[in-house]
Design a binder for this molecule. Structure first.
Ligand SMILES: [Zn+2]
Length: 61
């Protein structure tokens, strides 16, 4: 579990870099009712979203 989680965070950071977005150390928790985008820090409900509704950062699934 810890390994998979680490990998997802790495993928997320890579995707954010490719899109020219900054990332911070926020943990993206897609299973939570509400989470916070690690790039723009917008709060949103991750269910049904493939990307951040605010900045468009794609989430690795
Ligand atoms: Zn965002």
């Amino acid at each position: 579990m810890a390994k998979a989680h680490e990998l997802r965070q790495q993928q997320l950071a890579t995707m954010a870099r490719r899109q020219g977005l900054p990332t911070c150390d926020l943990v993206l928790d897609l299973s939570a009712a509400e989470t916070q985008c690690p790039a723009c820090r917008a709060r949103f409900q991750p269910a049904g979203h493939e990307r951040c509704p605010a900045c468009g950062l794609r989430f690795p699934r």
